[in-house]
Structure formats: C-alpha cells, structure tokens
Ligand binder design. Structure first.
Ligand SMILES: Nc1ncnc2c1ncn2[C@@H]1O[C@H](COP(=O)(O)OP(=O)(O)OP(=O)(O)O)[C@@H](O)[C@H]1O
Ligand SMILES: [Mg+2]
Length: 299
C-alpha cells in the first residue's frame, strides 16, 4: 500500500487479544483532507483498528504514521490532539456533570488554545460549527437529544483543532433522519476545516455519503480497498457483494451516488432535522439556532 508523506497511514497493523488477531496485518492510507470508510460485519476488528489509530490501543505489530511521523509508544499531547475520536455513544466523551461550556472551556484552557478573554467567544464559535446557538453552552449533556448530543461530542472533538477525525459508528444509534443531519454536518465540517476522516460504519449508505475510499474488513483482515464509485458499481470481492446485497436501497439502480450525497440521505433536508421548533410548524430557524430539548430552568 502506498504511504504518503501527508496524511494518515496504517501499515501491517496487528492487534492480538489472548493470542487471537482482532486486527491482522491491516494496511490503509488516507491523504490529508481525504476520507476513508471502514465497513465489515460485527467483530471484524473495526473498533480495534479505530482505537489503534487514535492511540488508545497498542499495536502488536505494524505502524500508524501521520504526516510521515511514526506514532509509537505514548503519544505527545500534540499527536493526541491531531487525531480525535468520535464514539457511537457521545456520553463516552462528555462528562454528564459539566455543562457544555465547562467542558469546552476546560479543554481550551488545558491545551492553551485561546487566551482567557477569548474562551467564551471560542466556545460560541465551536457551537456554531455544530449548528447550535451559544445559549446551548449552558446546558448539560442529558438535556440534548441523541443527535444533538452527538453534535456536542463533535464540538468537543473539534475544540482541540484536530486534523483527523476517527468516527466509530457515530450515527448508528440515531434515527434515520437525525442520522442524515449528522452525516451532512460531518461532510460540511470536513470540507470547511480540511479534516481527514476515518469513518467506521455498518451502514453503506452513510459510507457512500461520506467516504472517497472504502475498506472492507472481515475477521481482522482487509478484504477489499476501493474508490467509492468503483466499490459501489463493481465490488471485486464476493464478501463485498454480499454486504452490498444486504442493503436494499443500495441496489445497482441507486448506486453509486454523487460525491457527498448518499442514496436515501440526500432526500432529507438538513435544516428540518433535529429541530423541535421547525417540526412544530413555527418559522424554520436557521440551522445554527438549534436549542437543547429541555431548558435548564425547567427542572
Ligand atoms: N478488549 C478486548 N479484549 C478481548 N477481545 C477483544 C477486545 N476488544 C475486541 N475484542 C475482540 O476483537 C474482535 C474485534 O472486535 P471489534 O470490537 O474491533 O469489532 P468491530 O468490527 O468493531 O465489531 P462491531 O461491529 O460489533 O462494533 C472481536 O472478536 C472482539 O470480541
Ligand atoms: Mg465496533
């Protein structure tokens, strides 16, 4: 596998649990600003690989390289900042006892990313990036709906100004329409911030919407690596064909989609999603005016 000097490369990565390889000699690369989707059945090693990429899981063999630098052993603060993880369960990265503002301020302060005077402005800016108004800063994680909370987790990841986002099934627990709004947001952020995206999902529709390259894993190994259009039009491997056949809306008739618009996803207007106000028929607020579901004062 070609390894470039800019971007992320995984070479011969192997992780064993009790002697069994959960990730078995995996190589992949994604250039800066690119996006790669990792698909495969449950237990195929996707999460273990994602954790290895962000440095939460040690490799038994192989390397993770970012911008030509091997990331071995304990990563420096800068190296950890550069590659951030977004989890399926947003609570994994949010402290339920802290308001969003407290969480973001703490991160910005610890990493000395803005001056003391600039903290609140930067918090508000981060909220705008994930389509919330600054008022949402004073809510607690439990006050948001699932999709909103995932956007808060995203703001948290973005606070440290990462170059790479590794997202492990970030939309799998969400309803289809909410899922589409999060996918839409990720796609926009990727473009606006020049983020590199590693996206793990069972959902080939979401992968099609977000990823330029698709890596299919099975039993810890890479079965197929292909460009999006090629993968959806002519999957090379029998196993890839089986995965595609299992998704009715991705039959040959629908696929491949245009870049950035997955089948079934592009039909849902982002602004109408995850916003109780617009659902109730009041004038549709700009997408960034979204509020947490329950106000703090309602306790
Ligand atoms: N900490 C661990 N200790 C022991 N075995 C583990 C550990 N983490 C994962 N495994 C095993 O490694 C294999 C790969 O697991 P992994 O969670 O990476 O799969 P996955 O592709 O993410 O699955 P899913 O789609 O269900 O999330 C599985 O057999 C799993 O049981
Ligand atoms: Mg997993």
């Amino acid at each position: 596998m070609k390894s470039s000097n800019t971007g992320l490369s995984v070479t011969g990565a192997t992780v064993r649990f009790a002697g069994r390889a959960a990730v078995d000699n995996v190589s992949l690369s994604v250039e800066r600003g690119g996006s790669i989707g990792i698909v495969g059945e449950s237990g195929s090693g996707k999460t273990t690989l994602a954790r290895a990429i962000v440095g939460q899981q040690e490799l038994d063999a192989g390397d993770v390289t970012f911008d030509g630098v091997r990331l071995v052993g304990r990563r420096s603060v800068e190296q950890r900042r550069a590659i951030q993880m977004v989890y399926q369960d947003p609570y994994s990265s949010l402290n339920p006892r802290l308001t969003v503002r407290q969480t973001l301020r703490e991160l910005l302060r610890v990493h000395r990313l803005v001056s003391r005077d600039g903290l609140d402005a930067r918090c508000a800016e981060l909220m705008g990036m994930v389509r919330f108004s600054a008022e949402a800063l004073d809510a607690y994680p439990a006050q948001f709906s699932g999709g909103q909370r995932q956007r808060i987790a995203l703001a948290r990841a973005l606070a440290v100004e990462p170059q790479v986002l590794v997202a492990d099934e970030p939309t799998s627990a969400l309803d289809a329409s909410v899922q589409a709004s999060v996918v839409d947001l990720l796609s926009e952020l990727r473009r606006d911030l020049g983020l590199t995206l590693v996206f793990v999902s069972h959902d080939l529709g979401v992968i099609n919407a977000l990823c330029d390259t698709i890596v299919v894993m099975r039993s810890g190994q890479v079965v197929e690596t292909a460009a999006r259009a090629e993968f959806f039009a002519h999957p090379r491997e029998q196993y890839s064909r089986e995965l595609l056949a299992a998704v009715p809306r991705l039959s040959a008739r629908d696929a491949p989609g245009e870049a950035g618009s997955g089948p079934g996803l592009a039909m849902v207007p982002a602004a109408s999603i995850d916003s109780p106000k617009s659902a109730a028929g009041t004038p549709v607020a700009p997408a960034n005016q979204d509020q947490p579901q329950r106000a703090i004062s309602e306790e």
